[in-house]
Write a protein that binds this ligand. Structure first.
Ligand code: GDP
Ligand code: MN
Length: 384
């Protein structure tokens, strides 16, 4: 998952990386600019995607009024379909050069890929196809190896950039490794007239499975449930749930990540919109309907959901018992008034059938996946 620029920068500051002074300002306030001296300022929309500058999400302001005006004008904007979580107001940096520098996990080579360009800034994508604009190297995940990889690239840079980039590679490689990050992209890395550098923008990709040993990352995610809804869901409930489409028509209550993704693809091919992905991990239900309730509650936010599709392998769990849990969960979320198509695999299918039938609820039970999928798709009606 990607952290907001503001959160990434504040974490970077704690790791000794130089960043412009800044404050987070919620969408509906103007914030405390006293913290930031006399300006001028940069006001940056906080949203988990890049390219904000070109999308109008980065503004410059010389007065507090201009800061407030930018925030007011953009509070309800979306960038590439993402709602803005707030703004970071920063002291504006006067720079000489914009450098591009990033580190990312490169699974194919089992190492860290380092990318470096003397032509950073908003046009970096346009320049990246020029073979000589982007320098790259892969190194094993250790500070010495990353610094050495940087050393190999640095001679290709203009003289004035070499010393600041050398310093930045060391500091940012250290941060990347210390945080178990998957991505650390600094673009632009500002190089100032005095030869010092400061991280102008920052994208930090973090691995949620490392949170147990990265309390600062977990705390940053916990502090913004609205900006990081899925990561917070996983922290709260200990399973994966991702909303795919707020206008989705089919709510998925499923287990198994791979199979759930396949179901999503099949639904899309049939012209229907799945609302979510999830993997409830049936083996961890432990006789409680809580995980099922957690998912069904999410569906109450989907105004266009017209069917819930359940796909569960119960493993050693008795399907009759699972059917009871499903019924308890449906009872716990009475607002959800949609039919259910359930495909259950495991022991005691007949027991599940009897219990679901006895409940009198609109639940269609089907053992075969293809048929179950067709039933769910048919519930949505004509393709949109
Ligand atoms: P992005 O478009 O989402 O990557 O947002 P950035 O934070 O990278 O900002 C886009 C561009 O705005 C940068 O490449 C800079 O050219 C400019 N910019 C951002 N912050 C500052 C600043 O403090 N001073 C100056 N002069 N320009 C800035
Ligand atoms: Mn940027």
């Amino acid at each position: 998952m990607l952290l907001l620029e503001h959160d990434a920068k504040e974490i970077a500051r704690d790791k000794g990386v130089r960043i412009p002074q800044g404050v987070f300002v919620a969408r509906d306030t103007v914030g405390d600019l006293d913290l930031l001296g006399r300006g001028p300022w940069v006001v940056k929309a906080q949203v988990g995607v890049g390219g904000r500058g070109k999308a109008g999400g980065v503004g410059f302001a010389d007065t507090p009024d201009a800061v407030a005006a930018f925030i007011r004008a953009n509070a309800d904007a979306t960038i590439k379909g993402h709602r803005i979580a707030g703004f970071r107001v920063e002291e504006k940096v006067s720079f000489r050069h914009e450098v591009y520098l990033s580190f990312m996990v490169d699974a194919a080579s089992r190492g860290i890929r380092l990318l470096l360009s003397a032509q950073g800034g908003v046009d970096v994508e346009a320049n990246a196809h020029q073979a000589d604009a982007m320098l790259t190297a892969v190194a094993p995940p250790g500070l010495g190896a990353l610094v050495a990889a940087g050393e190999n690239l640095i001679p290709a840079l203009p003289e004035a950039l070499r010393a600041p980039v050398r310093s930045a590679v060391a500091a940012l490689a250290q941060m990347f490794l210390a945080l178990d990050a998957t991505l650390l992209e600094v673009n632009p890395l500002f190089v100032l007239a005095d030869g010092s550098w400061v991280a102008g923008d920052m994208k930090l990709g973090v691995d949620e499975s490392a949170f147990a040993r990265q309390p600062a990352l977990e705390a940053a995610v916990r502090a913004r449930p609205d900006a990081y809804p899925e990561a917070n869901f996983k922290l709260d409930h200990d399973f994966d749930y991702v909303r795919i489409n707020p206008h989705g028509q089919i709510g998925l209550l499923t287990t198994g990540a791979g199979l759930s993704m396949m179901l999503i693809d099949e639904m899309l091919q049939a012209g229907r919109q799945p609302f979510n992905f999830c993997d409830v991990r049936t083996g961890l239900l432990r006789g409680s309907p809580q995980r099922l309730i957690d998912v069904l509650r999410q569906f109450t936010q989907g105004d266009e959901i017209s069917v819930v599709f359940v796909n569960i392998f119960a493993g050693i769990t008795d399907l009759g018992e699972f059917a009871d849990l499903l019924l308890q969960a449906l009872d716990a979320v009475p607002e959800l008034e949609v039919p259910v198509v359930a495909r259950l695999i495991g022991n005691n299918f007949e027991g599940a059938k009897a219990r679901l039938a006895r409940s009198g609820r609109p639940i269609t039970l089907e053992m075969e996946l293809d048929k179950a999928l067709r039933l769910a798709v048919a519930q949505v009606g004509a393709a949109a």
